[in-house]
Structure formats: structure tokens, C-alpha cells
Design a protein. Structure first.
Length: 484
């Protein structure tokens, strides 16, 4: 390959701070309408995985790499994805077109073997008339939300990893940064930052690519360096908590799978989900991913397991019923995880999942109540079953209403330690059932659910009152400053 772009003699090496890297906030510019994905390469180092096929067709979390990048871009709001083809163009193009019919445009790079800069040149006509377009490579995998800052930058920009691991730095394209802007890109540079393979570019980059190619440099880095000398290329840092992975080797692919699985754990997960359920559900989701099951189907299966658990509990078979109740709890995480792996999460699916969860909870608690009739008075059992069911419904409803009304959300992760969430309730049911204590389990679910609701509502009210108190003095100051 031709040498990478080199910095101008006056360019100093600099590692940007978080303050220098641009992270757009509210009111940020609109997303680019078009994104270009480079999928022309061969990748000899993955031959043992691909069998000589295209790296773009390697599966990760049930999707090929090309499907994953296309669906990710469309999920952000990009309207059209241009896929640049080269090696095994027919197979890659077929999969890419099926990923989003009508929203994917295929172009073929005649000179793809000359470098990724030459592949970029093939997209020139496809982005004519666009002020900016996003550029990604198909073998870079990103966590959810990692590209948001780049796509809303509103001007030429590059997504950078400011503190990459040593192995990633050695393999990556280094970026020279000067006063918050990227000024040079190249494998052989000594800069501490590397690009993440994601850019927001103007159409002028094609002219700079032509110049680089004429000088014998077919790399993308060569085109970007020349662009950066002529126009400011903003640095956008990889957001805190986000990750990315360049998939070049079998080890990279294993690391990407591990990162993808661990990303399925939610920040709001309580202790039961985080330490008991997710270690099981995320592995099950990754195992099921190649089958591409419908998330709605998984939700129905979870409900079916819950109903079977309820039938065993109603007959006093506490051990079997309790185990099945916890299995239903684990499966309750799988449907959402499968949807996220396949980038198929939707409001419709979330609605169905919420409704089925409520049906399952009511059935399991009713089964516990029927079992408890053999150990306590009917009045006590009815009171506890009604309390547990009401608490369960109110716990979920209060959380949903807070989100729907746009109120300040309380810290759900600490609230999870009250065991009032669905994972906590089903854990209490499972534990009480296995130990043969149905009455105590119903009492525990009643107490934890109602306590969780009370604390959540109190925290939301407190946060809302504080927000109003902060807003009133601000309004008064503005009024006083306006004058008569």
C-alpha cells in the first residue's frame, strides 16, 4: 500500500482533552442524510473465519457486519446508505440490499485493491449535492450511541479514541491533533490518538482523494490529511462508557463478541438482573442470535413459561414452580437483548413485552395465592395476593408513567436493591417457593413492590420541586433585567 498522509512540518503532536473534543448537546445540527460504508476489502487475516469470503459477511450477534452497520446508521436517522463494493461484490451486495430494501444504494469500486481511498472515490456520484456525508468502514463495530456525537457535529469531523489500548494503537491510524482539530492521519505517526473509522466529510474530500491517488497514495488517510490541511476537521471524542472494535483478526472478532454481549447489561439493572439473570440471559441471547428469533416470539415463550410456573405453584409444587418462575425472569431479559442484537427494538415490541409481563406476574401471584390457601386463612391470602398484584402493577406503571411524562427519572439501579422490580419480585417468588413459604413470599412481594413505588414517587416529586425552585429565581432575574 502507498504511504499514509504525513503532517505538515509545523504540526505539533497533541493529545486533545475531553473539553477540546466536541460533544454536541441539545439543539445540535441535523444528521447527514447519506452515509457511505466501505465494504470492498478482502482481509487475509480473517481467512480462517471467512474461508476466503468477504469480511463484510462475518456474523456478529446474529447479523453480518454489513447488516449491522447499515441498520445502525438507519437507527440513528440516516435516510440512505451507500455501500461501496469490491471483493465478492455480488454476495455482499445481496446481503446489504436485503438489510434495508429501498434505502441502500450499491456502487462498485473498480480500483478497490488500490486502497480504501480508491474505494471512497467510487461513492462520489452517489453523494452529489450533499453538504456532508458520514463515512464508515464495515469492519468497525460500535456500541449503542457511540456515533451520535459525530453524526450531529454539523461540520467535517472525525471520531477519535483519545486513550486507545496499546494493541489498538499499534494497529490503528494515528491522528495528529492541534487545538482541537485533526490535522493529519497516518499509520506511521506517533500521535497518541487514533481514529475509530468513522467520519463526517464534505464532498471536497473526493478532490483531495484524487490528488493523493495521483501522488501514489491510495489510502483513506492520505485523502483525510489533505482535507484537514484545507478545512478544519473537528475532533469528536468517543463518548465515555462507549466502545468500538476494529475486526481484523479472529482475536478481534472474539473481543467484539465479548464487548457486544457485555453491552447488553443495562445501567439501570438491579442486583438480581445484574448478578443472576444477565450472566445467563446474555449468553443465551448470543447463542440464539444466529437463529434470528423474533423478539416478540421470545416474549410469548417467556409468558408461556410463567404460566406453566403458575400452574405448578397452584398445585403446591414449589420447587418446580419456583425454578420455572426464575426461568421466566431470565427469559424476560432475552427478548430485549435479542432485539438490541438485531437492532430491531421498537415501541410496538416494548408495548407487547410490557403487557405480557403483567399477565405473567398476575398468573404467578395467583398461583402462589392458591397454594397459600392451604397454609393461611382465606382473608389473609386474598389480602396478600391482592396487595402483591397491585404492588407489582403499580411498580411497573409508575416507572412507565415517569418515562412517558418526561419527568426526572429516579436512580433505578439503587431502587433495584429494594427488590420491587420485576426481577426482584420473581426472585422472591422463586426463593419463597423453593423454601415452601408461599405466604411469606406474597408478603415480601407486597412490601417490596409498594415500598419501591413509594420511594420512586417521592424521588420524582422531590426532583420536580427542585427543578421548579431553580426555574423561578431564573425567571425573576430575567424579568428584573428586562426593565420597565
Amino acid at each position: 500500500m502507498a504511504p499514509d498522509g504525513q503532517p505538515a512540518p509545523s504540526d505539533a503532536l497533541e493529545s486533545p482533552t475531553s473539553a477540546e473534543a466536541q460533544v454536541p448537546g441539545p439543539g445540535a445540527p441535523a444528521l447527514p442524510r447519506v452515509a457511505v460504508v466501505l465494504a470492498a476489502g478482502r482481509s487475509e487475516r480473517l481467512r480462517n473465519v471467512t474461508g476466503g469470503g468477504s469480511k463484510a459477511l462475518v456474523r456478529l450477534g446474529g447479523l453480518t457486519l454489513i447488516e449491522r452497520v447499515i441498520r445502525s446508521l438507519l437507527a440513528y436517522g440516516v435516510q440512505r446508505v451507500v455501500v461501496v463494493l469490491g471483493y465478492q461484490a455480488g454476495a455482499v451486495g445481496t446481503v446489504a440490499a436485503r438489510a434495508a430494501p429501498g434505502r441502500v444504494q450499491l456502487v462498485y469500486a473498480e480500483d478497490w485493491e488500490l486502497g480504501n481511498g480508491a474505494s471512497l472515490a467510487a461513492a462520489r456520484k452517489a453523494v452529489e449535492g450533499e453538504e456532508l456525508f458520514a463515512l464508515l468502514t464495515t469492519d468497525h463495530v460500535f456500541s449503542e450511541g457511540a456515533l451520535r456525537g459525530l453524526l450531529t457535529a454539523g461540520r467535517p469531523a472525525a471520531l477519535l479514541d483519545l486513550a486507545p489500548p496499546r494493541a489498538a494503537w499499534e494497529e490503528g491510524t494515528k491522528v495528529v491533533v492541534r487545538r482541537g482539530r485533526a490535522v493529519a492521519f497516518g499509520k506511521g505517526l506517533g500521535a497518541p490518538s487514533i481514529d475509530c473509522g468513522a467520519f463526517l466529510l464534505p464532498p471536497e474530500v473526493f478532490e483531495f482523494q484524487r490528488q493523493a491517488q495521483a501522488e501514489g497514495d491510495g489510502s483513506l488517510a492520505g485523502a483525510l490529511t489533505r482535507l484537514a490541511r484545507a478545512r478544519k476537521v473537528r475532533v469528536v471524542s468517543l463518548p465515555p462508557g462507549s466502545w468500538w472494535q476494529d475486526v481484523d483478526t479472529p482475536e478481534d472478532l472474539r473481543r467484539a463478541r465479548s464487548l457486544l454481549r457485555r453491552s447488553l447489561v443495562r445501567e439501570s439493572d438491579g442486583p438480581v438482573s445484574r448478578y443472576l439473570n444477565r450472566p445467563l440471559s446474555t449468553r443465551l441471547s448470543m447463542a440464539l442470535a444466529p437463529l434470528r428469533p423474533s423478539p416478540d416470539l421470545v416474549s410469548v415463550v417467556a409468558l408461556a413459561v410463567g404460566l406453566v410456573a403458575a400452574s405448578f405453584l397452584a398445585r403446591g409444587a414449589g420447587v418446580v414452580g419456583g425454578i420455572l418462575a426464575h426461568v421466566a425472569s431470565v427469559l424476560d431479559g432475552v427478548d430485549g437483548e435479542v432485539a438490541r442484537l438485531q437492532l430491531r427494538h421498537s415501541a410496538r415490541g416494548a408495548l407487547l413485552d410490557g403487557l405480557l409481563d403483567r399477565v405473567g406476574d398476575a398468573a404467578v401471584l395467583a398461583g402462589m395465592g392458591l397454594w397459600a390457601l392451604s397454609e393461611a386463612s382465606a382473608e389473609t391470602v386474598v389480602l396478600l395476593t391482592a396487595g402483591a398484584t397491585a404492588g407489582s402493577m403499580l411498580s411497573m406503571a409508575s416507572k412507565d408513567r415517569v418515562a412517558a411524562l418526561g419527568l426526572s427519572r429516579p436512580p433505578e439501579r439503587p431502587l433495584g436493591y429494594l427488590l420491587g422490580g420485576r426481577d426482584g419480585r420473581l426472585f422472591l417468588v422463586a426463593l419463597g417457593s423453593v423454601l415452601g413459604w408461599p405466604v411469606l413470599a406474597l408478603a415480601a412481594v407486597t412490601a417490596t413492590s409498594l415500598t419501591s413505588v413509594t420511594v420512586r414517587v417521592a424521588l420524582v416529586r422531590l426532583a420536580t420541586r427542585r427543578a421548579v425552585e431553580r426555574a423561578v429565581p431564573l425567571a425573576e432575574r430575567r424579568g428584573a433585567g428586562a426593565g420597565p
